[in-house]
Ligand binder design. Structure first.
Ligand SMILES: *Cc1c(COP(=O)(O)O)cnc(C)c1O
Length: 389
């Protein structure tokens, strides 16, 4: 029996049938069990920042595991403290901050959601199209009806407003609002970039009503947009930032960062985790940060991202290209993204059909010029093969 058949018999059917059975990877390339090679333009959904099997990540994880693997949060370790300090330094926020580590994005948002309750308020304002995770709390903050409906009732007192509409956002915030939660760039929605001034308007509304501004940078953070954080260019200082995905470069880790008063809202006994902040995960994240700096990947991501967006937009069957750095979304003339993703796979490229008419790319930050050029050269043929006209 094939792995696909054994998968169907032994794994819960939450994801639908897997598209490939992958065997190994190197850089931005992966190989399936038949030996077929693919250029990975999705990077494990914006996770594999250093691509696959990067020697620095392998060395950090294996070296830490050989030295000290898991210790629980009754204890701390050098990597844990160093990573917290590195993240706070990368944020370069004027306010002092503190970090809580988790193992995933949804756990980071879950912890942050609990943190907002410590204000004594419960109301949260969130954007339509937002994705914040699948656990019950994070799901309450996620807008997609199909994800929510089977699990209601979810934690309440959540108001959804159209993403990018500063007026609607400002009007939704009241003196009962604990937090405004936004992705600086919406990822799962197919890459929606916050319009200029939007985050500043959110900051102003939060300040006016004494609410927290919480930015979910789980997908957009850690260099993906060519900056350490997608919100950096706005100059806005949030109260809470949540991270995961690219943070560990493929090793599971998430983080909640509280700045200013938000740094101390969670008190002893308020929250916990067995695995979160373990030395191996923290060593992995430190290696990701050191490699992004050492290989000057932020500059690379900025330049290569622009090149890819320009190349994609050159085809008239693409109606819009959005994004920053290597978080890229494009709209097709017709609802053909599933066919386009299938045709791309057939041509040896992994892309994601985020919505019926939208393709998302979130390749490793180490994607080479050659791989990008090969994809752009193949792109018109992929659209032909998918019957997009
Ligand atoms: C992926 C994602 C999450 C959830 O992260 P998981 O690790 O899958 O739980 C939350 N927020 C955003 C913006 C994401 O892209």
């Amino acid at each position: 029996m094939s792995y696909q058949e054994r998968y169907a018999a032994s794994l819960m059917n939450t994801f639908g049938p897997p598209k490939l059975v992958l065997a190994r990877g190197e850089g931005a390339h992966v190989w399936d069990t038949e030996g077929r090679e693919y250029v990975d333009l999705l990077g494990g959904i914006a996770v594999n920042a250093l691509g696959h099997a990067h020697p620095a990540l392998v060395a950090a994880v294996t070296g830490q595991l050989e030295t000290l693997g898991h210790i629980s949060n009754f204890f701390t370790s050098g990597p844990q403290v160093e990573l917290a300090e590195r993240l706070l330094a990368l944020l370069a926020a004027p306010a002092p901050g503190k970090v809580f580590f988790t193992n995933s994005g949804t756990e980071a948002n879950e912890a942050a959601f609990k943190l907002t309750r410590r204000t004594g308020r419960t109301h949260v304002v969130v954007a339509e199209g937002a994705f914040h995770g699948r656990t019950m709390g994070a799901l309450a903050l996620t807008s997609k009806e199909a994800y929510r409906a089977p699990f209601e009732p979810l934690p309440g007192h959540v108001t959804f407003v159209p993403y990018g509409d500063a007026t609607a956002l400002t009007e939704a915030v009241t003196d009962e609002t604990a937090a405004i939660l936004l992705e600086p760039i919406q990822g799962e929605a197919g890459v929606n970039v916050a319009p200029d001034g939007y985050l500043a308007a959110a900051r102003a509304a939060a300040d006016e009503h004494g609410a927290l501004l919480w930015l979910d940078e789980i997908q957009s953070g850690m260099g993906r947009t060519g900056a350490w954080f997608a919100h950096a260019a706005s100059g806005v200082v949030p109260d809470i930032v949540t991270l995961a995905k690219g943070l560990g470069g493929g090793f599971p880790i998430g983080a909640v960062i509280g700045l200013g008063a938000a740094a101390d809202l969670l008190e002893p006994g308020n929250h916990g985790t067995t695995f979160g902040g373990n030395p191996v995960a923290c060593a992995a994240a430190l290696a990701v940060i050191a490699t992004i700096e050492g290989e000057e990947l932020l500059e690379h991501v900025t330049v290569l991202g622009q090149k890819i967006r320009d190349g994609l937009a050159a085809d008239p069957r693409v109606t819009e290209v959005r994004g920053e750095g290597l978080l890229i979304g494009l709209d097709l003339v017709s609802d053909s993204s599933a066919a386009v993703a299938a045709a791309a796979l057939e041509a040896g490229f992994i892309v994601n059909n985020a919505t019926p008419c939208r393709i998302r790319l979130a390749p490793p930050l180490v994607l080479t010029q050659d791989d990008a050029a090969a994809f752009l050269a193949a792109w018109p043929g992929i659209l032909d093969a998918a019957g997009v006209s």
